[in-house]
Ligand binder design. Structure first.
Ligand code: AOF
Ligand code: ZN
Length: 330
């Protein structure tokens, strides 16, 4: 199972917003074939492993009845972008299946396993369930809570300020911190921001990383509709502009969409509106050692705002002279 879980891990940035899934097919102690869900919309792990095994039939094994399929997530039982894996397993002739964790997707949630059992396949489930859940944190969160996981990311001066109102764009953190933000963005299915940030900072808000990634979709909250669509923010990406201020309604929109996680990168007004909604799960603060001074605009209304909102510091480390702090909702 750990082998199947590691196979899956490689495709974390290209399978999203789907979960990563890995599968191996064994005969006794010998691995006959391996498969993973490599890209959103493409074959599921089990199908890739079965196809691979077929190439070895008559060489390393004779009949599929001799084999055991080990997959990190419960085989699906629905027709989505691909057919049901439970059916693919049944028709292959495999009679033994080991599952890492049940699929929390309401379209599956136990039905894949039931279908296998009803067709006489022996199933052992829940092997390494915790590891699989950790590996697919946003996917499990979304299905348990019926909303995406929400992270707020901010860059703060030492004195807790966000920007200087008279400057065109205030740079707070160092280049290395900005590089780190690219990797953070790569983890998320969507990036949400406000109209002022787009107009004042001309951000690109994409994940500029050196590996293949399904770029986060962009969600722009604004009552304006006259944006310059040639601006970097809108180029070569999927975006939507929402004229909506009610945070609960905004979040509710994504309940049935393929978005399991949202990174909020916005100014103090929008960031505080999200925090006030009580629906923020994580806060990432990049803090520079420099002060912006009394003219700077505060991130928060009061001192220790993050702790008062019941967030707990999970990790803190230096990026050059900056400090990156990650807080998780208790
Ligand atoms: C599996 N094996 O490798 C994966 C599964 O739109 P689709 O057809 O790709 O289906 C996506 C859903 O299927 C996803 O939300 C999750 O419930 C399950 N993912 N299932 O049997 C796989 N990636
Ligand atoms: Zn499947």
């Amino acid at each position: 199972m750990k082998r199947a879980i590691s196979l899956a891990d490689q495709y974390k940035y290209t399978a999203k917003p789907n979960p990563v899934v890995g599968c191996i097919i064994v005969k006794g102690e010998t691995i006959i074939s391996e498969g993973a869900h490599k890209e959103f919309g493409s074959n599921h792990a089990e199908v890739n492993a079965i196809e691979e095994a077929k190439k070895n039939q008559g060489i390393t094994f004779n009949s599929f009845g001799e084999l055991t399929l080990i997959c990190s997530l419960e085989p699906c039982n629905h027709t989505g972008k691909t057919g049901p894996c439970s059916e693919a397993i049944i028709s292959s002739g495999i009679r033994n299946v080991v599952v890492g964790a049940e699929d929390p997707n309401p379209l599956v949630s136990g039905s894949g396993i039931r279908n296998l059992i009803n067709h006489g396949v022996k199933v052992q489930s829940g092997v390494c369930a915790k590891l699989v859940e950790e590996q697919n944190k946003f996917f499990f969160f979304k299905n348990k809570n019926n909303r995406p996981y929400i992270t707020v990311k901010i860059a703060s001066s030492r004195d807790g300020k966000s920007y200087l109102p008279n400057e065109e764009r205030t740079y707070i953190t160092c280049k290395e911190s900005i590089d780190d933000v690219q990797k953070v963005r790569a983890n998320y299915d969507a990036i949400l921001t406000g109209g002022n940030t787009v107009v004042n900072d001309s951000p690109r808000m994409n994940a500029r990383v050196s590996f293949p990634v399904n770029q986060p979709k962009k969600i722009l909250l604004s009552n304006k509709s006259n944006f310059d669509l040639d601006a970097d923010f809108f180029v070569n990406c999927e975006y939507e502009i929402l004229n909506e201020t009610n945070i609960d309604k905004i979040i509710e929109r994504y309940r049935y969409k393929d978005i399991t996680s949202i990174l909020v990168e916005a100014g103090p007004k929008l960031v505080n509106a999200f925090l006030d909604s009580g629906k923020v799960d994580e806060i990432i603060i990049y803090q520079s050692p420099n002060n912006l001074g009394i003219n700077g605009v505060n991130w928060f209304k009061e001192d220790n705002a993050v702790e008062k909102l019941s967030f707990k510091l999970e990790s803190s480390y230096k990026i050059k002279a900056d400090t990156k702090k990650i807080y998780i909702k208790c």
